[in-house]
Design a protein around this ligand. Structure first.
Ligand SMILES: NC(=O)c1ccc[n+]([C@@H]2O[C@H](COP(=O)([O-])OP(=O)(O)OC[C@H]3O[C@@H](n4cnc5c(N)ncnc54)[C@H](OP(=O)(O)O)[C@@H]3O)[C@@H](O)[C@H]2O)c1
Length: 248
């Protein structure tokens, strides 16, 4: 049995993934009405947050980060494992809720499609259990420190927004050259699908295979380099990581 505190977007992704894997799920929330609504959608148990006993439970905290203290006051007992997905909330702060082991997990927007890239860190004893839980909403990576988790968040958490910019810009380029908007969009989606099938190849080798001497790819690649796109992406990851340090 896995207990999830919260019934928002991320909690629902976890509920679906866990139920599909055959796991029993319990959901804790502050609104009786919303608990009833979610119990109509999924075969789960529900409990009101106020004074709920978390003794020996495996608990996933999936509420808004600023509500940690308020939620903590309403929980009784000591959980076996507390996994928090609260963005920007460090492991130290989680100790406000009593638990035997603590883990931080950072899923991304694709969790709802079971395609999250989730990074986790925390008590090593809880690593297998935590990895297993998040494997039901996509891929997982365990890192050794919260610093690495913050860097990973810049890549896998903010990354979808960065790639969305790339997708939009490529489609706009097609339109600028004369393609219909709809066709440019279809081609860009197809491109991302094609590229994901090449994920096991090193990026530099993909580029070398496509680029022929004095060819079209070489011309486009030169334009990207002269516009500083490589450096812009490196800076984007660094900036996103630096921002996590300011919000922690
Ligand atoms: N969405 C993402 O892509 C993503 C990625 C990584 C991490 N996260 C983290 O996941 C957590 C949940 O995000 P989400 O996108 O699922 O948010 P969401 O859809 O807005 O859900 C927020 C949840 O928090 C509950 N909540 C808000 N205020 C509360 C309070 N004072 N007491 C008790 N419960 C309260 C809400 O319950 P009510 O409806 O009753 O207010 C709801 O269940 C956040 O901490 C976020 O940082 C999200």
């Amino acid at each position: 049995m896995i207990t999830i505190v919260g019934y928002g977007e991320m909690a629902r992704a976890l509920i679906e993934g866990l139920l599909q894997s055959g796991e029993e799920v319990e959901v804790i929330g502050r609104s009786e009405e919303k608990l009833q609504q979610i119990a109509l959608l999924y075969p789960i148990q529900t409990r009101l947050l106020d004074g709920v006993d978390i003794q020996d439970k495996t608990l996933i905290l999936a509420v808004k980060p600023h509500t940690l203290e308020e939620v903590a006051k309403k929980l009784q007992g000591e959980a076996a494992l507390l996994i928090s997905i609260l963005a920007g909330v460090e492991l130290d702060r989680l100790h406000i809720i009593k638990a035997h082991h603590y883990v931080r997990a950072m899923p991304n927007i694709a969790a709802a499609k079971k395609a999250s890239m989730t990074t986790l860190t925390g008590d090593i004893e809880a690593k297998p259990k935590a990895l297993e839980i998040f494997s039901h909403i996509g891929r997982t990576l365990w890192v050794e420190s919260e610093k690495e988790l913050d860097i990973a968040t810049a890549i896998a958490g903010s990354g979808p927004a960065f790639l969305a910019l790339v997708a939009e810009a490529i489609a706009d380029g097609g339109v600028a050259a004369g393609l219909k908007r709809e066709d440019a969009f279809t081609l860009t989606k197809g491109l991302f699908h094609s590229f994901s099938s090449l994920e096991d190849e090193h990026p530099a080798l993909i580029k070398d295979k496509v680029m022929s001497p004095a060819g079209t790819t070489a011309a486009g690649y030169r334009a990207l380099e002269s516009e500083g796109v490589r450096s812009a992406f490196i800076e984007a990851i660094l900036e996103a990581y630096q921002r996590t340090l300011k919000t922690n």
